[in-house]
Write a protein that binds this ligand. Structure first.
Ligand SMILES: *[C@@H]1O[C@H](CO)[C@@H](O)[C@H](O)[C@H]1NC(C)=O
Ligand SMILES: *[C@@H]1O[C@H](CO)[C@@H](O)[C@H](O)[C@H]1NC(C)=O
Ligand SMILES: *[C@@H]1O[C@H](CO)[C@@H](O)[C@H](O)[C@H]1NC(C)=O
Ligand SMILES: *[C@@H]1O[C@H](CO)[C@@H](O)[C@H](O)[C@H]1NC(C)=O
Ligand SMILES: *[C@@H]1O[C@H](CO)[C@@H](O)[C@H](O)[C@H]1NC(C)=O
Ligand SMILES: *[C@@H]1O[C@H](CO)[C@@H](O)[C@H](O)[C@H]1NC(C)=O
Ligand SMILES: *[C@@H]1O[C@H](CO)[C@@H](O)[C@H](O)[C@H]1NC(C)=O
Ligand SMILES: *[C@@H]1O[C@H](CO)[C@@H](O)[C@H](O)[C@H]1NC(C)=O
Ligand SMILES: *[C@@H]1O[C@H](CO)[C@@H](O)[C@H](O)[C@H]1NC(C)=O
Ligand SMILES: *[C@@H]1O[C@H](CO)[C@@H](O)[C@H](O)[C@H]1NC(C)=O
Ligand SMILES: *[C@@H]1O[C@H](CO)[C@@H](O)[C@H](O)[C@H]1NC(C)=O
Ligand SMILES: *[C@@H]1O[C@H](CO)[C@@H](O)[C@H](O)[C@H]1NC(C)=O
Length: 622
């Protein structure tokens, strides 16, 4: 039997409870209520009214710095943060974060009256038009994120006043003109991301001033020859991605100066010469140098690691892969090089790889049709003339390729992204109703960067290539989240689609669409390349949902069209993930509420105890 608490303790408890009630009813001294500076409050109200985020009454009746959060959610967010002066209770708005609203198209002028802003995040909306020069009014900005919008025009020169910037994200817009030289004056920058736009290079040499950079992602710069010397003294750099930046010449010997570098992507530039300057870096980091003109030997020390290594499409890079007696899992892609793999893979596969490189191709088992169920299991459809869809379920990791065992085709991928791992293969349990061969769309292969499919051994002639797609990854939240996938498609090195957005083409998420394209095959190899172009959102519903995705591929002679019944108009697919997400959010909210309640209770107990003690000790101080 538990002993009952002694009477004095009970009395104390009672007294405390009474005090709690008293204090709750007569807060004394009255707590200082924070009040937003009137100019800031007016500006914020004007902005939110313009964006339709709050109706006039509620926004007018509530003090912004007391409210702070309007719509907090996974996909859409509208919140502010304030800095309050403890003695006067006056608050200034320092952070504004409105993200994920596809119906926000304009930047209201009143925004630029929020002159105390330190952080402005308007990413993943649908902002259009040029960046207003009034951005210069926000001279205290340290964080400026306008990424994933539809902004155009050129970078306003007025932005050169924002010299305190530490984080500048401007990717996935349509901004044109040259990459501004004034960014080199933002020496406090630690994180700079500008790609997926229409900017011209070269990268200004005085970017070498940006010695505090930890993350630099530049890309998709047209024209202009840049060199790499500018990174020479960035000792804090950990992530460097310079894809399609027109970088030429040989590698400077600067990588030993960058002890923190863990991720290096120099893909699709014009770099040449030996790759030995990367040797010391390679022992600690991921390396992507696809699509350059490197030559000489690939040192075997660079291969023997589980960290991703992508040297593909450097036609003059040679040497031989080291022996791999233990069958270790190397994460390497060397398609499109002159590297000799005969010690590592069997001769049948080698013949096929050599076909891709056009070194030799004595292929005698010619075919005239081919189908693959990308990311999925083998499927057979009796009414379809190319009726067997190959299994394509090999996990390729961050980089890699798979040679099909009966030597007919190859799938190759580079899933380069410094910020997350690639899902590679994705699936859904949703059945897409009312269409021919619905199972094909339930699985897909994706990549954050590049996917290639090669069909080897096609007879000379003309072919119809059909690519099938359905967006099965992005799940639009009930409140219309901003996920957007965008990629380019080349067939036989000819671009056939730019900024391809599956759900836009299909008229909705989870709906099917296809592309039909005719090609002439001369040399037995068909090459299909799907690749990310720097555009689209990156994080919805999780990191890495933006790169190419394909559900199935079919190749057949055009004079032998495949008869398939015309598809019925599919119903929009219900998104079962929403329920799961909502449940999860409910649980999270519940836990958060419990935590808050616990915190409130414990802090009140401490507060009351403290008040009690001070009341007892100094009765006159109340
Ligand atoms: C409120 O902000 C305005 C505009 O920046 C400024 O002129 C004014 O002094 C501020 N008021 C207070 C009480 O800080
Ligand atoms: C912004 O400031 C300007 C001048 O300081 C003022 O005329 C204008 O009314 C302000 N706008 C809002 C919405 O506060
Ligand atoms: C934009 O959408 C949000 C909710 O998704 C809504 O609250 C707001 O009123 C809309 N704004 C406009 C300008 O339509
Ligand atoms: C404004 O918002 C409040 C609270 O969100 C709501 O109760 C009210 O009905 C809204 N008024 C209008 C006109 O939409
Ligand atoms: C803005 O809000 C989104 C969603 O909550 C969050 O992911 C992002 O980090 C915030 N931006 C800044 C600059 O804090
Ligand atoms: C984005 O804005 C443009 C107009 O500028 C509009 O045509 C388009 O429909 C908007 N996109 C979405 C998803 O609302
Ligand atoms: C850069 O950061 C330092 C240290 O935080 C600060 O003192 C300095 O004022 C900043 N520079 C600019 C131009 O804001
Ligand atoms: C960079 O700053 C310096 C000194 O403040 C200034 O003279 C120069 O014009 C600036 N450069 C650019 C490109 O704005
Ligand atoms: C870049 O440099 C190469 C030679 O290194 C030259 O052929 C090419 O014309 C240059 N391109 C531009 C745009 O300057
Ligand atoms: C080469 O072919 C064999 C079967 O013949 C297969 O198991 C293996 O995965 C292939 N190697 C590569 C690198 O695709
Ligand atoms: C679908 O994807 C999930 C998560 O990646 C995986 O666990 C599951 O095995 C997959 N199902 C099929 C049928 O491939
Ligand atoms: C390809 O899409 C078109 C509509 O764009 C449709 O008529 C056709 O049936 C589709 N083909 C297949 C094989 O699903």
């Amino acid at each position: 039997m538990a002993p009952s608490p002694p009477a004095p303790l009970l009395l104390l408890l009672l007294a405390l409870t009474g005090l709690a009630v008293a204090v709750a009813q007569f807060p004394f001294p009255p707590p200082q209520q924070p009040t937003t500076n009137a100019s800031d409050a007016d500006a914020l109200r004007a902005v939110f009214r313009r964006w339709g985020l709050e109706n006039g009454t509620t926004v007018a009746s509530e003090d912004p710095c007391r409210k702070r959060v309007w719509f907090p959610s996974f996909a859409t967010n509208a919140s502010i943060d304030c800095s309050c002066d403890g003695s006067t209770g006056q608050c200034r708005i320092t952070h504004l974060n409105v993200t994920g609203y596809l119906n926000l198209t304009e930047i209201p002028p009143a925004l630029f009256n929020l002159t105390e802003l330190v952080s402005l995040d308007l990413s993943s909306n649908n902002l259009t038009g040029p960046i207003p020069p009034e951005i210069a009014n926000l001279s205290k900005l340290e964080t400026w994120h306008f990424n994933n919008n539809q902004l155009d025009g050129s970078f306003p020169n007025e932005a050169s006043h924002l010299t305190g910037l530490q984080s500048l994200w401007m990717f996935d817009n349509y901004i044109e003109g040259t990459l501004p030289e004034f960014i080199a004056n933002f020496t406090n920058l630690t994180d700079l991301r500008i790609y997926g736009m229409k900017l011209q290079g070269p990268i200004p040499n005085n970017f070498s001033n940006l010695i505090n950079l930890e993350t630099l992602m530049l890309g998709d710069l047209d024209g202009g020859n840049s060199t790499l010397e500018f990174i020479a003294s960035w000792a804090n750099l950990s992530t460097l991605s310079l894809r399609k930046c027109g970088i030429s010449g040989q590698l400077p010997n600067v990588l030993p100066n960058l002890p923190n570098l863990k991720y290096l992507d120099l893909g699709s530039n014009n770099l040449s010469g030996p790759i030995e300057p990367l040797l010391s870096y390679r022992s600690s980091g991921q390396l992507y140098i696809s699509g350059n003109n490197f030559s000489g030997n690939l040192p075997s020390e660079m291969v023997q690691s589980s960290r991703p290594l992508d040297v593909s499409y450097n036609p003059f890079l040679n040497g031989s892969l080291p022996n791999n007696p233990a069958g270790q899992k190397w994460s390497i892609n060397y398609i499109g090089t002159s590297i000799d793999a005969s010690r590592t893979i069997n001769s049948e596969n080698l013949t096929l790889l050599n076909c891709l490189n056009m070194k030799e191709c004595n292929y005698n088992n010619l075919i005239t049709s081919f189908s693959v169920n990308c990311g999925g299991k083998q499927m057979t459809y009796p009414d379809s003339s190319s009726n067997m869809f190959y299994d394509d379920t090999s996990e390729l990791g961050a980089v890699g390729f798979h040679v099909n065992t009966d030597r007919q085709w190859v799938v190759s991928q580079v899933g380069s992204d410094p910020l997350s791992d690639s899902p590679g293969i994705v699936n859904t349990t949703q059945v897409i109703p009312g269409i021919d061969m619905p199972e094909l769309y339930q699985t897909a292969r994706t990549s954050r960067s590049d996917l290639w499919y090669y069909v080897v051994g096609l007879s000379k002639g003309r072919y119809t290539v059909q690519l099938f797609f359905a967006e099965i990854v992005i799940q639009r939240e009930l409140n219309n989240g901003p996920g957007r996938r965008s990629f380019n498609i080349d067939i036989q090195d000819q671009n056939i689609r730019t900024d391809f957005d599956i759900s836009k083409e299909a008229g909705g998420l989870g709906r099917p669409t296809n592309i039909t394209h005719e090609v002439t095959i001369e040399n037995s190899v068909l090459k299909i390349h799907l690749y990310w172009n720097g555009r689209g959102t990156r994080r919805i519903p999780y990191e890495g949902a933006y790169g190419p995705l394909v559900s199935a591929i079919r190749v057949f002679p055009p004079e032998n069209p495949i008869n398939s019944p015309p598809p019925a108009q599919p119903e929009p697919v219900p998104q079962d993930n929403n329920n799961k997400d909502n449940k999860r959010r409910g649980v999270v909210a519940g836990i958060a509420a419990l935590c808050i309640a616990a915190a409130v209770i414990s802090s009140s107990v401490v507060y009351l105890w403290w008040k009690w003690v001070s009341l007892v000790k100094h009765p006159n101080s109340w």
